[in-house]
Design a protein around this ligand. Structure first.
Ligand code: GDP
Length: 531
């Protein structure tokens, strides 16, 4: 056994941060990087200001397209660990990529705004984490602002998301009266002290014992008594910490803090690193692949096309799942059956993209893709041949009819739309009963519509029009042999098929889905399609 390789892999932690826009994901990421010494000042990670770029700017980002921090992985070192944070873009650039990124993560950190609680986008992303049974950690952020009652927040997480919670620390007040957090394990209190936004890593925190008179007088009787009650209640009534349940994604350790003021970040990181595992074996068609004993292998979870017309290149992002990647050695692309060297492998460290010559299980690398890779492809060491479990196709939520303005360009039109669909940014469907009919495009995030139009016009010289359709839900019929014409569909639905002929139904609302299920006994519909 190569001891160095074992150590490298065991020290790796790969997680994704999920949140609803504005909860503080960017700020938290930035603070992690500050701790890791990967950046020197806050504000270096592309934040809200520039991630909300207008579509037009986005189109023009040949400069670093695909490599922007907002859409990839960041690596930093902390206390001997090598940490990979996978970013899940929010806002309007929310897309299927966001879901797929979770396929590459070993655990997830869910950031929740303490004044808002569980929000829409958190729910969507959370569902994917649950599907994968990965550990989910909760960071309740913005305690320096008026927050909702902490019990109420935990209850909401448990009820809305259906996961048990175990507070690791507990807040003392919030907003102007925020005094700090009580660590339930060490039974110590860290007093809140705001650090300027872009400033030092952390302020020297004052810590007290629960019984300390100085602490009592600093927080005042009311908050002190409240804390004593809380401590008693939590110890008696809250879910006990259980690492096994955390590993299975059934119990979420909860932390309270304030990312902007760098409060609670270090404690979080320390507990998190202890409670998470290094990369685990992954399922393939020949069984579990061990990250340490097996030679190099990985899978592609995301492909980003370069928006620059002059270079039709694409970057394939790959999660290394076993062994060590060595850029000088040949690899085997299972789906094409070809041996090759991966060109220009790169990794992202804070803002810098650097060409790398090695990577280990747990890491994410971006490689130049001359158009051979597809989402879900397996890359392994020559001589080995297996495929990792596919990445599911997620349900799009926005639909448009795509019309070619010049009917003479049908061939070009089909080529463009098919290729873009292969990259995974959009999904395309056709009417169930009509051959050569209109093309219906479904996307997870609406920004993809603009990208599609732009690319059809610029890369395929096809002017197109997108006509919005009223559907918001799609379901695959579980048995692909089902004849949709035999199904009684409510009037506000549409029967379609994907390019492989699989039957699907578009719905305008959830209610209509229920109606269809009631009317057609025995039919099974699915929201994710396993590939
Ligand atoms: P994202 O959309 O989840 O990436 O959220 P950002 O990290 O961009 O944060 C959204 C806004 O909330 C920004 O204006 C941040 O400065 C602010 N913010 C983030 N964390 C905190 C916090 O702990 N306290 C306060 N007061 N503001 C915060």
């Amino acid at each position: 056994m190569d001891e160095n390789l074992k150590k490298e892999i065991e020290n790796r932690r790969t997680f994704a941060i999920i949140s609803h826009p504005d909860a503080g994901k960017t700020t938290l990421t930035e603070k992690f990087l500050l701790y890791g010494g990967a950046i020197n000042t806050a504000g270096s990670v592309k934040g809200k200001a520039n991630s909300k770029y207008a579509v037009s700017d986005w189109m023009g980002i040949e400069k670093e397209r695909g490599i922007s921090v907002t859409s990839s992985a960041l690596q930093f070192n902390y206390e001997g660990y090598c940490i990979n944070i996978l970013d899940t873009p929010g806002h309007q650039d929310f897309s299927e990529d966001t879901y797929r990124t979770l396929m590459a993560a070993d655990s997830a950190v869910m950031v929740i705004d303490a004044s808002k609680g569980v929000e829409a986008q958190t729910i969507k992303l959370f569902k994917v984490c649950v599907m994968r049974h990965i550990p989910i950690f909760t960071f309740i952020n913005k305690m320096d602002l008026e927050a909702r009652d902490p019990y109420e927040l935990l209850e909401e997480i448990e009820n809305v998301l259906g996961i048990k919670t175990c507070p690791i620390n507990w807040p003392i007040g919030s907003g102007k009266r925020f005094k700090g957090v009580y660590d339930r394990d060490t039974k110590k209190i860290s007093m809140f002290q705001a650090v300027s936004v872009g400033g030092a890593k952390s302020a020297a925190e004052t810590t007290y014992d629960l019984e300390d008179e100085a602490f009592k007088s600093e927080v005042g009787d009311e908050l002190y008594d409240q804390l004593m009650d809380d401590v008693e209640l939590l110890d008696g009534a809250s879910e006990p910490f259980d690492q096994d349940l955390v590993d299975k994604g059934e119990l979420s350790p909860v932390f309270f803090g304030s990312a902007l003021t760098t409060f609670g970040i270090e404690t979080f990181l320390e507990h998190f690193l202890k409670m998470t595992e290094s990369p685990l074996p992954r399922m393939s068609d020949i069984g579990l692949i061990d990250p340490i004993t097996e030679p190099f292998s990985g899978f592609v979870f995301k492909i980003q096309a370069n928006m620059n017309k002059a270079h039709h290149d694409r970057i394939a992002f790959m999660r290394v799942c076993s062994g060590k990647f060595d850029a000088t050695k040949d690899v085997f692309h299972v789906q094409s059956g070809k041996k090759m060297k991966l060109s220009r492998p790169q990794q992202i460290m804070a803002q810098d993209r650097k060409v790398i010559d090695e990577a280990y299980a747990g890491d994410v690398i971006g490689v130049f893709d001359p158009g051979i890779f597809s989402i879900g492809d397996t890359i392994c060491t020559p001589g080995k041949k297996f495929t990792y479990e596919g990445i599911p196709t997620f349900a799009p939520e926005h639909f448009c009819r795509l019309v070619a303005l010049d009917s003479m360009k049908r061939k070009q039109f089909m080529k463009g739309v098919t290729q873009i669909a292969q990259e995974g940014a959009i999904q395309i469907f056709q009417d169930y009963n009509l051959e050569m009919s209109e093309i219906i495009v479904g996307v997870v995030g609406t920004l993809q519509f603009d990208v599609l139009k732009y690319r059809m016009e610029n890369e395929y010289s096809c002017d197109v029009r997108l006509e919005p359709l009223p559907y918001g839900h799609i379901r695959w019929v579980k048995d692909p042999a089902t004849d949709l014409n035999s199904i009684k569909c409510p009037s506000d639905t549409k029967k379609v098929k994907d390019m492989k002929g699989n039957p699907l139904i578009l719905f305008t609302n959830e209610w209509s889905i229920r109606l269809l299920l009631e009317r057609n006994e025995g039919i099974e519909l699915t929201e994710f399609k396993k590939n």
